[in-house]
Write a protein that binds this ligand. Sequence first.
Ligand code: ZN
Length: 556
Amino acid sequence: MKKLLFGLAIAGLILAQGTVDTATVGKIRSEALEHSDIMHIEHMLTDRYGPRVTGTPNHEAAVDWLIRTFNSWGLKNAHKEGWDFGHPGWLNERASAFLVAPVHENLKFEVLAWTPSTRGTITASVVQLGDLPHGAGIPPPDNANAGGGRGGRGGLGRGPQYKGPTREQLTAWLEVNKAKIKGKMVMFNKAAVIPVSFDPIATRGNDEQLKAQYDPNSPGRGRGGFFGRGAPRTPDPGELGNNDIRDVVDAWLIANGAVARFNDAARANGIIVAQQHNAYDPSKTIPTIILRNDDYGRIERLLADGDDVKVELNIVNHLYPEGKTSYNVVAEIPGADKADEVVMLGGHLDSWHAATGATDNGIGSSIMIEAIRVLQALKLRPHRTVRVALWSGEEEGLLGSLAYVKAHFGSAEEPKPEWYKLDCYFNVDTGTGALRGAGIFGPPQAAAALRPVLHMFEDLGMYGATANNSRNVGGTDSTSFANAGLPGIGMQQDPIEYNTVTHHTNLDTYERIIPDDVKKAAAIIASAVWDVANQPEMIPRFTRDQMPPKPADRGN
Ligand SMILES: [Zn+2]
C-alpha cells in the first residue's frame, strides 16, 4: 500500500503534496519562527569562538561547545571525528602597521594566514617592484561571470588573466631586482583601480526567474545549487604553475633579505579578502599582509613622488602543531524503525580569520544546528536517523567533508555499506540570504521527491528543487557527497551582500545576518529533513548505469 502510494506520488505533484505531514510541518514552522535560538547559536559561533580557522584552538573550542550543546538538548552520539589536516593550526594574535614616513597614519590590513610573525616591531622602507613576468594572456571563459564569486580562491577574477612565466623568465626578472629588496618591505604589482560602482550592493533573487528555474515543466530552467568549476587549464610546456612561482619568489625574498611583503586587497570600500599562504609553512616565506586597496595605492603614489616611505610593522602569529588533526562534529536523532538509514544536514564550521566568519559559514552551520534543535525540541521521532555534521577544512578545499565521505561511504565505484544507507545530505553555505531552491545530485525523480515539502514554503520564496549530474568537487561540502555519487543537496540563496561584501572578508560579522531570513531557513531545512526521513522510500538516486563517471582528481 505504501509502495503504491509512493509510486503514484512521484508521478503527480498533487498527490505527492498529500503525502507531506502538514500538521508536523506546521509545528516545525512555528517552533523555528516563534521560539528560535538561531541568533544565540550564531552569537556563540562568531562572537565567542570566531574566527574558526581549521586547526586552531578557536575552532576546537567551538566543536567542544557544540558537543556540550547537543548533549544538553538530548541529541545522541554527539562526538567529534578527527581527520588528518596535515598542517599546524595558525592564528594571528596581534598585528599593527603604521605609515611613519613621509606622513603618519595607521594602515588597514589583514595578515595572510600561515605566514610568519615579524621579529618584534620592525620599521623599514617600502619598495615597489611591479608585476612579476608572465606568459601570454588567457582568453576569458564564455560563461565568465565576474564578481569574485565562490570560485575565487586566491585570484579574484579581476582584470585579464595570464599564463605563468617559464623558470628562465622568472629567474631573470628576480636577478634584475634582487639588489632592491634587502631590509625592505616589498610590494609587487600596481594597485588595482576599482571604479566606483553604481549598482546596489545587496540583492534578492528575482521571483519570476527563480520560479521558472525551479518549475519542472519549464523547458529552459536553470540548474540550482553549486557546481564545481570546469577542468583546470593544462599548462604550456615549461610554464610555471602558481605554486612553483610562489616557491621561487619566497625563496628569493628570504635569500635577499626582504623583511615583509604587502599585497593589494584590490577591493573597494576597505574590503579585504584574507585567505592563506598555501604552503602552510611560515618558515618558507616572510611576514605578509594584505593592505586595503586605498592604503596600498597611497603608498604607491607616495613612492612615485620619490619619497622614502617607511612602515612600522608588528605581527604576532601562533602555530598549533596539534591542529594537524582537525575535527568534524556530528550528532543524531536516532531513527525509530529505519535507524540504519540516515538523512544528513550540515555545513562547514571553519572560517577564515579576518572577521568572525558570520556569513561564511557561521550562519549555514547555525541554520543546520537550529534545524535539528527544532526537531528535538518538538520530540519528533523520525523513521530514519537524522544526523547533523559540521565540517572543518572546507576553506582549505572541502577537506573535512571529503575525509568523512571517504571514511564512511567510500564512493559509487567503491561503496562501503553506509553508502547504500545515506538517504541524502542537505548543505547551506552562501551566507544569510533566504533559501530559494534546492539542487540535488541525482535523477529527476530525486528533485521530485523534495518538491512537495519545499512547496509548502512558497510563501517564504522557496520555489522547489532541480536535479543535476555534476560530480565535480568545488564550491561547498555538498559536492563532496555528489563526488562520491551520493545525493548531495546545495541550497540556492538570495545573494544579499555575500559576494559583494562578506565572503572571506574583514567584514564578515554577526551584524551582516538577517535574523528573519535565517529563522525561515531553519524552518525549511528542518521540515525538509523531517519529510525525507519519513518518506516511504529513500530519495531516488542514479542507478549504476546512470551514474556519471567520477571526474579525474584535479590535485591542488
Ligand atoms: Zn563557506
